[in-house]
Design a protein around this ligand. Structure first.
Ligand code: EPU
Length: 432
């Protein structure tokens, strides 16, 4: 097991380059299954979720070739099975995209139930299943999700999503790309990665209109061909570094972003007294004065992203006054709050709301990463707390942040990774 040791309390300075978007990559890699030919995908983040998906594709018969650290060729011409066994699929949430992609291409999928970050609650996929069923598939849910398209091919249908779901929107898009007829997805999610997946599929010959709005139309085509596509930069990775500067202080240039995608995060940091200057594909973040309180409510895009909620709660724990954070996407995403309070934060959770009474400083401690973004929040808190903190369970963090140690070190942070045995006390203890 790996842990991070962070000696915090020093401001950050320098430049950080943002990698490709995790939540786009984990959809686009399975989408390559729809393509009869070679997809060259550029700007792939080097994170464990991506390597697991590439291994799954390889097991299905795909030919994978890395051209360099971030560009990969995937050839799914000779897929020999539609059965995705438990081992790898269980490691990540995004394995549910294999269902839509395999159904779309072969009319059959047998995928072990997806795993991934649970936030301590249930993550349903009923809207995905509803979409597949509307398109004529029979779906059985057990240890495996087994789906069969009527007469071997999905057919276009109207699907109204009862909740705005990123995963269901993308999965239905994949299942519909090669369907017979037109699929209309109403109440679709609008996140940047939805548009990225549609752009990828369109480049490979699909006909998808309206991605980025709440109605998406997918005009089924007979086949997709190969091509070259570059994944968008990661909005949440960029936001996490912005939040780290807000908490620890200093001045950092965040490079290689799409500023428009950052607006919802930038707006909140400005309210908190953090300076943010936009220029071309960069944002300069500077924090010299005190942090000011604000309120945050997470919502589907273009609202404030739920995947930034833990990180900004960590920052708000150091702001003057009382802030109110409301989680509008997930039922339960405050498991990390107990860890933050071990570091001296004063936060009370009532249902979907967290009331944050700002404190002057956080104190170092040994804490756990309960999930990916919770882990990022712990890193941010530890960077701000003067003294030595340890973060356990960092495999969650490495599922979604490329080279977080190298990137933070280049900003002057004192952070290292070390091994620990599972025998070490799991109950976090305060140190320093
Ligand atoms: N929902 C349903 N039924 C469904 C699907 C979703 O009720 O069939 C509900 C969920 O319970 C939740 C809401 O709808 O309350 C939104 O869920 P969504 O389907 O949008 O989430 P997801 O696709 O499973 C992706 C990201 C998450 C991110 C959410 C929301 C991936 C692999 N995961 O999950 O990212 O929080 O969208 O933006 O793309 C992360 O990166 O740390 C992460 C958890």
């Amino acid at each position: 097991m790996q842990k991070y040791i962070i000696r915090g309390g020093r401001p950050l300075s320098g430049e950080v380059h943002i990698s490709g978007a995790k939540n786009a990559a984990v959809a686009i890699i399975p989408a390559a299954l729809l393509v009869d030919g070679v997809c060259r995908i550029e700007n792939i983040p080097q994170i464990s979720d991506v390597s697991v998906l590439l291994k799954i594709l390889q097991q299905l018969g795909a030919n994978i070739r890395f051209l360099n650290r971030s560009d990969v060729e995937i050839d799914c011409t000779h897929i020999h099975t539609t059965h995705v066994p438990q081992g790898l699929a269980h490691k990540l949430r995004a394995s549910y995209y294999l269902i839509g992609a395999l159904l779309g291409r072969f009319g059959h999928a047998e995928v072990s139930m997806p795993g991934g970050c649970s936030f301590g609650g249930v993550r349903p996929i009923d809207q995905h299943v509803k979409g597949f069923a509307a398109m004529g598939a029979e779906v059985h849910e057990g240890d495996y999700i087994v789906a069969n398209a009527a007469e071997g091919r999905m057919r276009g249908a109207n699907v109204y999503l009862d909740v705005v779901s990123v995963g269901a929107t993308m999965n239905i898009m994949m299942a519909a790309a090669l369907a017979d007829g037109v699929t209309v997805i109403e109440n679709a999610a609008k996140e940047p990665h939805i548009v990225d997946l549609a752009n990828f599929l369109n480049l490979m010959g699909a006909n998808i209109k309206g991605a980025g709005t709440d109605t998406i139309r997918v005009f089924g085509v007979d086949s997709l061909h190969g091509g070259t596509y570059a994944i968008i930069p990661d909005q949440i990775e960029a936001g996490t570094y912005m939040a780290a500067v807000a908490a620890a202080g200093g001045e950092v240039l965040v490079r290689g972003i799409i500023p428009k995608h950052m607006d919802c995060i930038t707006a909140k940091l400005l309210e908190m007294g953090v300076e943010v200057e936009e220029k071309d594909d960069t944002l300069l973040i500077r924090r010299t004065g005190p942090l000011l309180r604000t309120n945050i409510k997470t919502l589907p895009y273009p609202g404030f992203p739920t995947d930034m909620q833990p990180q900004l709660t960590a920052v708000l724990s150091l702001a003057q006054g009382t802030s109110v954070v409301t989680e509008g996407v997930w039922d339960n995403r405050y498991r990390y709050v107990g860890e933050l309070t071990r570091m001296g934060a004063q936060i009370r959770v009532e249902g979907r709301t967290a009331i944050v009474e700002g404190v002057n400083r956080l104190t170092p401690a040994t804490v756990q990463a309960f999930d990916l973004r919770a882990g990022a929040a712990m890193v941010i808190a530890a960077l701000a707390a003067a003294g030595t903190s340890e973060i356990l369970n960092v495999q969650y963090i490495e599922r979604g942040y490329e080279d977080i140690i190298g990137k933070l070190r280049s900003l002057g942070a004192d952070i290292e990774s070390a091994e620990y045995s599972e025998q070490e006390p799991v109950v976090p203890r305060r140190i320093g």
